[in-house]
Design a protein around this ligand. Structure first.
Ligand SMILES: C[S@@+](CC[C@H](N)C(=O)[O-])C[C@H]1O[C@@H](n2cnc3c(N)ncnc32)[C@H](O)[C@@H]1O
Length: 171
């Protein structure tokens, strides 16, 4: 029975996000270029992933498009894995903890794959901190009461919604 304890600890350390804005479910690799297209990525842009998981999206974007990437992750194991990997990528920075505690004011693009239960608080943060003309890309669930400027829909796949901030980060 005691052998179950380390397994339980590993599960908790990996899926810590379940107690916060979402459990870990990685964005599919085949969707990376759909996100890129919506984001209109250009070299040198600053791309944030709030709840970056294993960071694979960031590693891909930094390598293929030469964008600067920031990931913030609350699961200790996912953080550790992506932090160590980021040491081999000069354009990727991974931070540990709750993304609500980080300043997002320098972001050009913010990517969000979280449960909609987190949207009300998150929107307040985005609208307080983001500049004008920042792209926000949501996976799977749109913001309520707010028209996306673009939608990427595909059969039997996730839908992606893109928003552009107006004056003072408002949507
Ligand atoms: C659905 S997964 C998406 C992972 C990654 N963004 C991707 O697309 O592959 C959500 C991630 O957010 C993390 N998370 C949830 N709440 C968080 C919070 N408040 N601060 C930082 N990370 C959080 C979870 O641990 C999980 O790794």
């Amino acid at each position: 029975m005691y052998f179950l304890i380390p397994i339980l600890i590993l599960i908790i350390l990996t899926f810590t996000g379940a107690f916060f804005a979402a459990v870990w479910l990685p964005t599919k690799k085949e969707d990376f270029d759909r996100i890129t297209k919506l984001a209109g990525l250009r070299p040198g842009m600053l791309f944030y992933d709030l709840g970056s998981g294993d960071g694979e999206l960031l590693f891909y974007l930094s390598k293929k498009y030469n964008v600067n990437c920031v990931g913030i992750e609350i699961s200790p194991l996912l953080f550790l894995y992506s932090k160590i990997k980021s040491l081999f990528y000069k354009n990727v920075k991974i931070y540990y903890g709750d993304f609500y505690k980080y300043d997002l004011s320098k972001a050009d693009i913010v990517y969000i794959f979280l449960l909609p239960k987190s949207y009300a608080r998150l929107r307040k943060k985005l609208e307080t901190e983001l500049r004008k003309d920042v792209k926000i890309i949501l996976s799977s669930w749109p913001f309520e009461d707010c028209e996306p400027n673009q939608i990427d829909k595909k059969e039997k796949a996730f839908t992606y919604y893109s928003y552009i901030t107006k004056e003072n980060g408002y949507l």
